[in-house]
Every structure is written in C-alpha cells, then in structure tokens.
Design a protein around this ligand. Structure first.
Ligand code: 13P
Length: 253
C-alpha cells in the first residue's frame, strides 16, 4: 500500500512574512491529523527555506527545495548544493520541474546529474516529467515520458530509486486551470508504472509513488486520487492558501 504524498510547490511566490504565515497555517492541528495518513511537504523558495522550517516547528510537514545543483561545492555562482540543503533541514527536492525544463532550459542530462547528486547527498528527490500540449496532440505523450524517465534515471540502481518519487505533470495542465481528466492522468501513471517495472522490477514499480500535478484544486483532488496509479499530488497555485492546501490533503486521504 503506497502512502499518499501531497506536496505544495510554492514556485517563485510569497515573501518573508507571507511564507512564514502560510507555513504556520499549514502546521495546524488539522494538517497534523491528515499527515498521519499522508506524507505532506512544502517547497518554498530557497531564501525562505529556513524560516519556513522554523515556522513548521515540530509538525510532521516536511520541507523541500525547488531545485538543487549537482556539484558538492566550489565556484558555481548562484547554485545551491545538496549538503547546504541538508544543513538547513531540507528533506526533499524537486528535479526537472517543467518550468526548469521549458523556461530555464534544463536538459534530461543535467536533471539526471541533479537527481543522482540529490540521492547521494541524502535528499529525497521528486523527478518531474510531462509532455507539452503539442506533444500530446501528436500522440507523443508516452514517448516523451519514456525519454524523460530513461534519461533522468540513467545509471541509477534499483536501491537508489527507493529515495525517488515521480511526478507526472502534463505541461499543458500547469497553471492553466486545465486539469487532466482522472482517466487521462491514470493512463499515463499506469504507463509510467509499467515502464518502471520493465526498467527495474515489478516490486520497485509497485512501491514507487507517482504524483499527479497540474491545476490540482480542492474540488478535483479526491477524484484524481481515486485512480489506482495516482499516489499523490504536486500542487502549485492551490498550495498558496493554507485552507485550500489542507482541503486537498483531506481529499487525498
Ligand atoms: P499548478 O497547480 O499551479 O497548476 O502547478 C502545478 C505544478 O507545477 C506543481 O509543481
């Protein structure tokens, strides 16, 4: 049985006071009760990671970074290493979010290096995959997801994969209000699980969690989570309000 994993990706939003306020709202009793049945984590901007971690206090809500660099230290201006993230109490990090792929220009090869470094450094990475609208319309969804998974996971052993969560985020559904239907999402999640079974083993594929992301809201969380291969949600805009995020967690459990 895979434990649901609900994560809030705050992207480049909030400021020093609203990030703390949001974290305090999320660390409520209700979230604590929900967290017993789900893994819950938030991904604030780098500069607010420490204050958000402090604001979450002893709650079981985890904290993650939205990105990480693969080198351990040195002359890499502007980058943040896995050990820096561990040092300030981060548990998770995102790798290959679609905005980093398509806005910043990250390649599968770079994402693979980041993912490998994150695992080696003791973080629990979420590898994000998903197709553009034109790719879906050209019936290329499975090809794109296969390429992103094969290249993104290249060289990683089955043992290392135990640290990884996959997030399927169709790019056309992100921030657009256009959620994939539960059936559309389920089809790709099932495809991903079967691919992982081929790449690794049936046992690994059964155990790994695959989140859905893209315009998740309180009113569609439960029907998405009712699909057999959807194990969690990676939430953008709707995670910026504590009550909305909590409603999504409630829908997921
Ligand atoms: P939205 O929920 O705002 O569509 O964003 C999804 C996402 O990119 C989460 O990582």
């Amino acid at each position: 049985m895979r434990k649901p994993f609900v994560a809030g990706n705050w992207k480049m939003n909030t400021d020093s006071s609203s990030s703390v306020e949001l974290a305090e709202g999320i660390a409520s009793d209700a979230t604590e009760i929900a967290s017993a049945k789900a893994t819950v984590a938030v991904f604030p901007p780098f500069v607010y990671l420490q204050s958000v971690t402090k604001a979450l206090g002893t709650s079981s809500v985890g904290v993650g970074a939205q990105d990480v660099y693969f080198e351990p230290d040195g002359a890499f201006t502007g980058e943040i290493s896995t050990s820096m993230l561990k040092d300030i109490g981060c548990t998770y990090c995102l790798c290959g979010h679609s905005e980093r792929r398509h806005v910043i220009g990250e390649t599968d090869e770079l994402i693979n290096k980041k993912l490998a470094a994150a695992i080696t450094g003791g973080l629990l990475p979420i590898l994000c995959v998903g197709e553009l609208l034109a790719e879906r319309e050209a019936s290329k969804t499975n090809d794109v997801v296969t390429r992103q998974l094969e290249n993104g996971l290249a060289g990683l052993s089955e043992a290392k994969l135990s640290a990884v969560t996959i997030a399927y985020e169709p790019v056309w559904a992100i921030g657009t209000g256009l959620t994939a239907t539960p059936q559309q999402a389920q089809e790709v999640h099932e495809f991903i699980r079967k691919l992982l079974a081929k790449m690794y083993s049936g046992e690994l594929a059964e155990g790994i969690r695959i989140q859905y992301g893209g315009s998740v809201k309180p009113d569609n969380a439960a029907e998405l989570m009712a699909q057999p291969d959807i194990d969690g949600l990676l939430v953008g805009g709707a995670s910026l309000k504590a009550d909305g995020f909590l409603a999504i967690i409630q829908g997921a459990i």
